[in-house]
Design a protein around this ligand. Structure first.
Ligand code: NAP
Ligand code: G4F
Length: 332
């Protein structure tokens, strides 16, 4: 039985990845940090006790060493991060420490405790900044947020460990991916939750920042599948992963409101306070390498994603308790 340690297991991606790995027969250990919340592990409660949880924090090297000793992993997936770009402008140092140096702490712990484990790093399309789309593995990185700077430090650390120590370290440069498990602060979920509240007549307006920024939005369960595929390759490589199609925030609003029979123009207002100090305007993936070498093909488009999220938030589909809404055509 293969064993995997997943950091950030209670995040959107961590919860889907844990499901996928359990379904493949892995022993899965998820790293969680201590919290005072009443229902702290809400995204993975349904996987317990098959999923084992171990306490640890990317800020605390000793806790990472302990987790690795306990897990004895064949594969380590580093998904933990302060992952919200907006917050990174308000908490830049914490973001650097968790998302950037935290990855280095984990890499070093793996080098000492489990040097033969295969390591997946959750790198981000945000690292490209405003480099011309489409972006691929040879596009330059021009980070425009403290989050992107931290992710780039982590990404470069991974490559350094791969090249210096011969460790199996692979980075997935993933573009935005969404689901009903997306945190409520990210724009797609903020929109789908607001659409549901407006449809129930609990709220009238939705306040957003930039409506023109474009993102390549995919479906999260399909993206955790690619993480696993990356660690099954003969040698470690980095991959860009996205659908290849970009839409504006306005387009997502239109699709989400239409899914509930509403007109977004009657409800969406803009507030300059929600604009970021620096914006990334156009992210669109060229994933030819992943399509060719990993045989990976996304199947959900913007309308499918917006509609699945709105249906969930309207209470029309139960996702978290009963298992994920696996997309069409995805082999489990
Ligand atoms: P997410 O939902 O925000 O999950 C992040 C997880 O990291 C949470 O479970 C969080 O724990 C954990 N975490 C935060 N700080 C930690 C610390 N100091 N020690 C240990 N755990 C910590 O993020 P996601 O959307 O699943 O994304 C997964 C990874 O992919 C992240 O690294 C993100 O930056 C990256 N990424 C995401 C996307 C995307 O579109 N989703 C695209 C590219 C890259 P709590 O539950 O306690 O808060
Ligand atoms: O949903 P967002 O906050 O995601 P963002 O900044 O693209 O970052 C996400 O994707 C990255 C991959 O590219 C990940 F690495 C990262 O961890 C995260 O998962 O914002 C999307 C766009 C931005 O242009 C933002 O300015 O939506 C715009 N936006 C407009 N109004 C808003 C809002 N974003 C948020 N969160 N809230 C708004 O009210």
């Amino acid at each position: 039985m293969r064993s995997a340690l997943v950091t950030g297991v209670n995040g959107q991606d961590g919860s889907y990845l844990a499901e996928l790995l359990l379904s493949k027969g892995y022993r899965v250990i998820g790293l969680v940090r201590r919290t005072a919340a009443e229902n702290p592990y809400s995204r993975v409660n349904h996987l317990l006790p098959r999923l084992k949880l171990v306490e640890g924090d990317l800020l605390d090297a000793g806790s990472l060493i302990r987790a690795l000793e306990l897990a004895e992993p064949d594969e380590v997936y580093n998904l933990a991060a302060q992952s919200f770009v907006g917050v990174s402008f308000r908490e830049p140092v914490a973001t650097a420490d968790i998302t950037g140096v935290g990855t280095l702490r984990l890499l070093e712990a793996v080098r000492q405790v489990a040097p033969h484990a295969r390591f997946y790093q959750a790198s981000s399309s945000e690292m490209f900044g405003n480099v011309a789309a489409p972006q691929n593995e040879i596009s330059p990185f021009r980070p425009r947020s403290p989050y992107a700077v931290a992710k780039l430090f982590a990404h470069a650390s991974c490559i350094t460990y791969r090249e210096s120590y011969g460790m199996y370290v692979a980075c997935g440069i993933l573009f935005n991916h969404e689901s009903p498990r997306r945190g409520a602060e990210f724009v797609t979920r903020k929109i789908s939750l607001a659409v549901a509240a407006i449809a129930r007549q609990e709220q009238r307006t939705l306040t957003l920042g930039s409506l023109d920024a474009r993102r390549d939005w995919g479906w999260a369960p399909e993206y955790v599948d690619v993480m696993h595929r990356m660690l099954q390759m003969d040698r470690p490589e980095d991959f860009v992963v996205g659908t290849g199609v970009a839409h504006s925030v306005k387009d997502f609003c239109q699709a989400a409101f239409e899914a509930a029979g509403l007109d977004w123009r009657e409800h969406v207002v803009q507030d300059p306070e929600l604009m970021r100090p620096a914006e990334v305007f156009d992210l669109r993936a060229d994933s030819s390498k992943a399509r060719e070498l990993l045989n990976w093909e996304p199947s959900m488009d913007l309308k499918d994603i917006a509609s699945a999220m709105v249906r969930h938030d309207l209470g029309l589909s139960q996702e978290t308790a009963g298992g994920p809404v696996w997309p069409r055509g995805l082999a489990r």
